[in-house]
Design a protein around this ligand. Structure first.
Ligand code: OAD
Length: 257
């Protein structure tokens, strides 16, 4: 990570204010690029990826389940799992963290929001142009053709009306490529931004986790917001230890004053 004029500051959320250097940099930013992960939806009641799976699904490892191989082997099981996740997300609502990011987009000249989440909560909070790095839980795609299919089938495993192949949830599975547009737009935004915010992600999974490096290599200020500092926190310019649903509204207050 390149150093910058503020050096590397551990901004503990317990302090009543954010580092003044960070606040003024955000206030003066030309282009803010934000990467979010499951942590920003945690306060909406959506379990994060590396939290223990809940209840019925506790015995399954998502890394084993969210794969093309698992779908080919047992599409019925996959559809039950994704319907369970869809029901869970459908009952969730955007939290103050999602809403604050939608408001931040109105306060800076340009904001690019890249999310690893598939829950659609950023869009429900009012964010526009969200780049869904790992797809969307509520899209159904033809397993053979890849296109999104709108349908009203109730079958346990719906099928493509065009070619008869099984439909699959429109999310990126382990071992699958990131949608090309999402990848290109995210890389370009990370390279162009002057502030990069990594919010609610463990930053384990690449290429999403590499966006912060691209930003830093292009002289952006990089900050994370996470109650549990990630392994990258020490290399970021700022690390804000706190829950997104609390930290982001307070950050907005700081730049508005
Ligand atoms: P993880 O479950 O790996 O990490 C969630 C992060 O959110 C952790 O670092 C938590 O400390 C943090 N966190 C928890 N509560 C928070 C809160 N209230 N505010 C802010 N942060 C909070 O989820 P991701 O990093 O999103 O990929 O996982 C990335 C990818 O790994 C997922 O998109 C998925 C998974 O494999 C695919 O499905 C392809």
């Amino acid at each position: 990570m390149g150093s910058n004029k503020w050096g590397r500051t551990e901004v503990s959320f317990e302090k009543p204010r954010f580092d003044p250097g960070f606040v003024s940099a955000l206030r003066d930013a030309r282009h803010v690029c934000v990467l979010t992960g499951a942590g920003i939806s945690a306060e909406s009641g959506v379990p994060t990826f590396r939290d223990a799976q809940q209840g019925l699904w506790a015995k399954y490892d998502p890394h084993q389940l969210a794969t093309p191989e698992a779908f080919e082997e047992n599409p019925e099981l996959l559809w039950r799992w994704y319907r369970w996740r869809r029901d869970l997300v459908a009952e969730a609502n955007p939290n103050p963290g999602h809403l604050a990011l939608a408001q931040l987009a109105e306060l800076v000249p340009r904001l690019t929001l890249v999310t690893q989440n598939v829950d659609g909560l950023h869009q429900r909070a009012g964010s526009r142009g969200v780049i869904e790095f790992h797809g969307n839980l509520f899209d159904d795609r033809c397993y053979a053709e890849g296109c999104i299919i709108v349908h009203d089938q109730q079958a346990e495993v719906p099928v493509c009306p065009n070619c008869g192949a099984n439909l699959r949830p429109g999310v990126v599975w382990f071992g699958e490529a990131i949608p090309e547009n999402a990848l290109n737009e995210s890389f370009a935004a990370a390279a162009d931004c002057d502030i990069f915010l990594s919010i609610g992600t463990s930053s384990f999974v690449y290429p999403a986790a590499g966006l912060a490096d691209i930003a830093s290599e292009n002289r952006a200020i990089v900050a994370e917001i996470n109650p549990n500092p990630t392994q990258h926190a020490a290399t970021y310019d700022f690390a804000i230890a706190g829950n997104a649903g609390v930290a982001l509204p307070k950050l907005l207050e700081s730049i508005a004053t």
